[in-house]
Design a protein around this ligand. Structure first.
Ligand SMILES: C[S@@+](CC[C@H](N)C(=O)[O-])C[C@H]1O[C@@H](n2cnc3c(N)ncnc32)[C@H](O)[C@@H]1O
Length: 238
């Protein structure tokens, strides 16, 4: 098992887990390549890959939101560049003044880079996100420091994050975690009460499992994550 992150290897991590430092931004470590028979879980990675944030001005033009890197204060800059404009036109068309857009192009490209490093296997991007039917017009830009929400100031003191346009990623399947896990057979159903008297230990274990499943399936919690799944077949299958 290999873990990839921008931070140092955490103290006490199981020796069986290899740790590779990522360069940050949309970059991936150079040694992460030619992966075969791989299962790649990109869990809350794409939401921290920087993306262009834009806001529609009073004339209906989407302009880049500029940010003061010391205070986080925002101002409107130039209209979107050509590539971001093309992405917005295709995937997030809005001219309503005040609407925010979080351009998914950099995430699409980062994901495509990750996919290109897999010779055979399955990749799963798991993130808070949206699809064309549910773009968040107020925007989702925020930040976390020490596990707590904070003001998004791009000074290295916090993880700046914005939800991911999951349906624009190159994927075979995009669905919520709740739907994905239910398709895999998770129900969150509590065990039959009769088990408590016939096999109390099994009953307690099954209760614990049901509770964990219910948390993973919770629409308003982890179940609300989106999963984008991409399968890569090997080239030399006999
Ligand atoms: C919300 S945490 C998710 C961590 C872990 N994947 C999980 O699901 O528990 C986001 C992680 O992304 C890391 N991170 C931030 N920017 C990154 C980047 N550009 N590339 C790779 N990892 C990054 C942070 O250090 C942090 O550990």
């Amino acid at each position: 098992m290999v873990a990839v992150d921008v931070v140092d290897r955490p103290e006490g991590l199981d020796d069986r887990v290899e740790w590779i430092r990522s360069p940050g931004g949309s970059g991936l470590p150079p040694e992460l390549t030619g992966l075969r028979d791989a299962l790649v879980i990109a869990h809350e990675w794409l939401d921290v890959v920087p993306c262009t944030v834009a806001e529609v001005d009073a004339d209906g033009t989407a302009r880049e939101v500029l940010v003061d890197p010391t205070t986080g204060a925002e101002s409107l800059g130039a209209p979107l560049g050509a590539a971001d404009h093309r992405w917005a036109t295709a995937h997030w068309p809005t001219t309503a003044p005040g609407d925010r857009l979080e351009i998914g192009r950099s995430r699409d490209e980062a994901w495509a880079d990750l996919v290109s490093r897999v010779d055979s296997g399955t990749l799963v991007a798991v993130d808070y996100g949206h699809t064309a039917a549910s773009r968040p017009s107020a925007g989702t830009l925020t930040a976390y420091a020490g596990g707590r929400l904070t003001v998004p100031v791009p000074d290295g003191s916090c993880d700046v994050t914005a939800h991911v346009a999951m349906d624009t990623l190159d994927a075979d399947d995009v669905r919520t975690q709740r739907e994905a896990l239910r398709a895999l057979g998770l129900t969150g159903a509590t065990p039959p009460h009769a088990l408590a008297s016939t096999d109390p230990l099994a009953y307690v274990a099954a209760l614990g499992r049901a509770g964990a499943e219910a948390r993973l399936l919770d629409r308003d919690g982890f179940g609300g994550f989106w999963w984008a799944v991409k399968r890569v077949r090997g080239h030399d299958v006999a």
